[in-house]
Design a protein around this ligand. Structure first.
Ligand SMILES: *[C@@H]1O[C@H](CO)[C@@H](O)[C@H](O)[C@H]1NC(C)=O
Ligand SMILES: *[C@@H]1O[C@H](CO)[C@@H](O)[C@H](O)[C@H]1NC(C)=O
Ligand SMILES: *[C@@H]1O[C@H](CO)[C@@H](O)[C@H](O)[C@H]1NC(C)=O
Ligand SMILES: *[C@@H]1O[C@H](CO)[C@@H](O)[C@H](O)[C@H]1NC(C)=O
Ligand SMILES: *[C@@H]1O[C@H](CO)[C@@H](O)[C@H](O)[C@H]1NC(C)=O
Ligand SMILES: *[C@@H]1O[C@H](CO)[C@@H](O)[C@H](O)[C@H]1NC(C)=O
Ligand SMILES: *[C@@H]1O[C@H](CO)[C@@H](O)[C@H](O)[C@H]1NC(C)=O
Ligand SMILES: *[C@@H]1O[C@H](CO)[C@@H](O)[C@H](O)[C@H]1NC(C)=O
Length: 277
């Protein structure tokens, strides 16, 4: 079984790093849970450079395998330190009862921004990170918009993946460029959001990007990702590529792309060598 897993992993790497439905939660090295003050942080990977990424989960919270696997995969493929703080402190959206009370409480920006500042400070102090990007799913997508507006000295960019409740009033405040990824069932990103950004800040607007996966439904990269569905898996593969390309463009991080190429060349060589034995 070990050998089979290894073979599947190797062949998936060779076939363009696609994740296998069978091993979707085991393909990439996993991180660890660290305690920071009064909340936990899921931490995975090590940065090859000065870039770290804070991931903001959706309302299903901290323990969702699909969301963690997104972090594991990006950390592994992009050689970057990813941290996902537990903003909800052990809770998640209630399945019964007072959803709106819970949501109002966890969405209090003064609390969320405090947590983001603390995590950014910790990254800076403990890992000498001086560039931090922020990526959020659904509920987290709106927090990313707010972070790129209100905490724009800390975060140089943000990525919203099927962000929820994004309004033109919110995106008009942006002080840093963003990549917006949407699902077919989400409200259209263009021209609704793109026009508002263009009108309020044409410089940032030029660096913003938009991509919609028309055949996907809200949540398809995080808590609602279905790795048994080949179309969903293909869309997630493409989201990772889109995210890496966008970050590359913004950071112009040549050393990282070079080391990725070198890494795959090395694996190819090792693989070819073993075939000839
Ligand atoms: C991955 O998911 C399978 C079920 O689909 C489960 O049996 C296995 O324990 C999981 N592995 C990890 C490392 O979470
Ligand atoms: C990180 O940035 C600092 C200052 O900007 C620089 O001196 C250092 O070499 C960078 N480290 C890496 C690994 O790129
Ligand atoms: C996640 O798991 C931890 C540890 O098992 C638990 O304390 C926490 O309440 C869980 N969070 C959610 C949202 O279920
Ligand atoms: C949801 O239902 C469970 C069991 O019926 C109950 O213990 C819990 O308090 C309920 N939660 C809310 C928020 O009403
Ligand atoms: C938001 O949280 C702060 C504490 O960080 C608190 O003072 C404030 O009353 C909260 N706002 C609302 C609307 O609950
Ligand atoms: C961030 O928001 C707070 C209130 O929540 C406000 O006092 C502050 O001026 C804002 N900062 C920026 C840079 O927009
Ligand atoms: C990180 O810390 C250094 C030195 O304390 C400071 O100059 C820099 O602005 C900080 N960067 C961020 C993103 O907080
Ligand atoms: C996941 O996708 C598979 C294959 O399309 C489908 O059979 C299954 O019902 C889906 N699961 C959920 C929870 O939607």
């Amino acid at each position: 079984m070990k050998l089979l897993s290894l073979l599947v992993i190797f062949s998936s790497i060779l076939a363009g790093k696609a994740i296998s439905a069978l091993l979707w939660n085991e393909t990439y090295p996993k991180g660890e849970v660290i305690r920071l003050g009064d909340f936990d942080i899921y931490s995975v990977g090590k940065s090859n450079g000065n870039l770290s990424i804070i991931v903001i989960y959706d309302i299903r919270g901290f323990n969702i395998s699909q969301t963690r696997v997104f972090c594991d995969r990006l950390a592994s493929e992009y050689f970057v330190h990813i941290v996902m703080p537990d903003f909800f402190r052990g809770t998640a959206a209630p399945t019964n009862g007072s959803m709106s009370t819970w949501l109002a409480d966890v969405s209090n920006w003064s609390k969320v921004s405090n947590d983001l500042k603390n995590v950014a400070n910790w990254l800076n102090k403990s890992f000498s990170t001086n560039r931090i990007a922020v990526i959020g799913f659904c509920w987290g997508g709106l927090q990313v918009v707010r972070a790129c507006s209100n905490l724009s000295t800390i975060f140089f960019t943000g990525i919203s993946i099927h962000g929820a409740s994004l309004t033109s009033d919110e995106v008009r405040q942006l002080q840093q460029p963003m990549l917006f990824i949407g699902a077919g069932s989400d409200p259209p990103l263009q021209p609704y959001l793109s026009d508002a950004i263009e009108q309020s800040n044409s410089i940032i607007s030029k660096q913003c990007e938009y991509k919609t996966y028309l055949d996907m439904r809200h949540g398809f990269v995080a808590a609602s990702a279905n790795y048994s569905n080949p179309d969903n898996v293909k869309a997630i593969d493409d989201v990772h590529l889109t995210v890496r390309n966008y970050l590359d463009k913004l950071t112009k991080n040549i050393s990282v792309s070079l080391s990725i190429n070198f890494y795959f060349l090395l694996i190819l060589l090792i693989f070819a060598f073993h075939l000839h034995l």
